[in-house]
Design a protein. Sequence first.
Length: 124
Amino acid sequence: MHALRDTHHSQTLPPMYEMRIFTILLTLSILGILTSCDCVQNVTGTVIDEQTDHSIQDAHVQIENKKYDQAYTDEDGKFEIRSISSGLFGCPPLSIIVNKEGYVSKKVEIDNSEHGTIKLQGIE
């Protein structure tokens, strides 16, 4: 008779390799989370004349340093801009630049999902 052999034994990695694999997987998971923290921002506002409080139509409104995230105000001076930015700990405020011929350009910050009123000063 032949002696029975255990042919169904499991192989385990040495603890040093298990720790390396765990560290690599943990690092990749954290990097994946950090790089996927995009923030969809939606900002609305109204642009008005500082002296008369009348709405300013066709003012150019743009997110600072983002040439494609822009809008023009409508007949009521209202605008809406949607943008995507990184926001690891929440959406940062958006820096908005407003330009209109005959007015001094203005830069303001508006928080995500907020409505801002921007008063432009006329050039005399």
